[in-house]
Design a protein around this ligand. Structure first.
Ligand code: AMP
Length: 327
């Protein structure tokens, strides 16, 4: 420790200078101009799309972007197009002031906070549909039209921002696969970086939706990481049958009172179902606890059992799982 750091009365400019709040951008045109200025100055741009109510999962993406890119912009937009008719977009948690404070502390350069009108002006009539093999299965079956909404907003963000890299979470494994395909098929030239799932101390994956859970439901939600851990342990011991591994995930979830939408063993890239698993295959899970729908995922032979990984998040910058869409 340097003598300066050891003295509580000494102040240094770098540690004590308050972080500046990110520049607020509110229209796609403002985002475009900001990004063009960065590019013109020879700076790389990282984009982190979110719906806000930020937590450590989101911040892990932000830190990865901060480590990789010269300039970082985080979008906060609760995208109505990705909510189904039965899903209440107005109920989705919103916490813009707290979000901006968190992003200030992470030294994010800009935050994109568009209104619905700014994103979807009157007369907009274009849709974006990624191949059914990725969008018509799993979440796509339970949330019809969801991935069309995701694809539209992500395409609009990538076009307006033209980042060098955009960051997504493995937590939403199917969404990351859909976005990777979209970025590649539309020749965006944007690299899609997928970052690992960040979990709470008890193994439950962090999610903005967790605030909907009662204390009792939150306790029972541990059944998901418990089931995924049982599958990871069995896989490590040599079990390869998809049916056997999925049963290990289902059992604790059913016992905890989850209404299961699916527990599926799939190929990590195509999301096609598999009968015999291999390292890199994923088990994707979705279920409802009361009125809250939770999703989670584990990569077999790669991820630690979630109950062991619990609480391992922190200030470190986790690695990127994979980069899709390299030119
Ligand atoms: P959302 O605000 O829920 O749309 O999430 C924005 C981004 O953060 C998406 O790419 C998510 O996959 C990612 N994300 C959400 N929760 C987590 C988590 N627990 N760990 C890692 N990434 C996450």
């Amino acid at each position: 420790m340097s003598p300066m750091a050891a003295s509580p009365t000494m102040r240094t400019v770098t540690t004590d200078r308050p972080a500046e709040p990110p520049r607020r951008l509110t229209t796609p045109a403002e985002l475009r101009r900001w990004s063009e200025r960065c590019r013109a100055a020879g700076l790389s741009v990282g984009l982190v799309p979110t719906m806000g109510a930020l937590h450590e999962g989101h911040l892990s993406l932000v830190r990865r972007a901060r480590a990789d890119c010269d300039r970082v912009v985080v979008s906060i937009f609760v995208n109505p197009r990705q909510f189904g008719a039965a899903e209440d977009v107005d109920r989705y948690p919103r916490a813009v002031d707290a979000d901006v404070a968190l992003l200030t502390a992470e030294r994010v350069d800009a935050v994109f906070l568009p209104s619905v009108e700014a994103m979807y002006g009157e007369g907009a009539g274009t849709s974006v549909h990624v191949d059914e093999s990725l969008t018509g299965v799993l979440e796509g079956l339970h949330r019809p039209g969801h991935f069309d909404g995701v694809a539209l907003v992500v395409a609009k963000l990538l076009i307006a921002c033209r980042p060098h890299r955009a960051y997504f979470g493995q937590k939403d494994a199917q969404q990351s696969a859909v976005v990777g395909r979209l970025a590649r098929d539309l020749d965006t030239g944007v690299e899609i970086a997928v970052c690992p799932v960040v979990r709470d101390a008890d193994g439950v994956a962090l999610s903005s939706r967790n605030v909907y859970l009662s204390a009792d439901e939150r306790g029972r939600a541990v059944a998901i990481p418990a089931g995924l851990s049982a599958a990871a342990v069995a896989f490590a011991a040599g079990e390869r049958r998809a049916g056997a591994l999925c049963s290990l995930v289902r059992q604790p979830m059913e016992a905890a009172g989850f209404e299961i939408d699916y527990v599926a063993a799939v190929d990590g890239e195509t999301l096609a179902p598999v009968d015999a698993t291999a390292p890199g295959c994923q088990i994707l899970v979705a279920g409802r606890m009361g009125s809250t729908r939770l999703i989670d995922v584990i990569r077999l032979g790669i991820d630690e059992a979630p109950l062991d990984a619990a609480g391992s998040h922190g200030s470190q910058v986790p690695g990127v799982i994979g980069i899709q869409g390299r030119e």
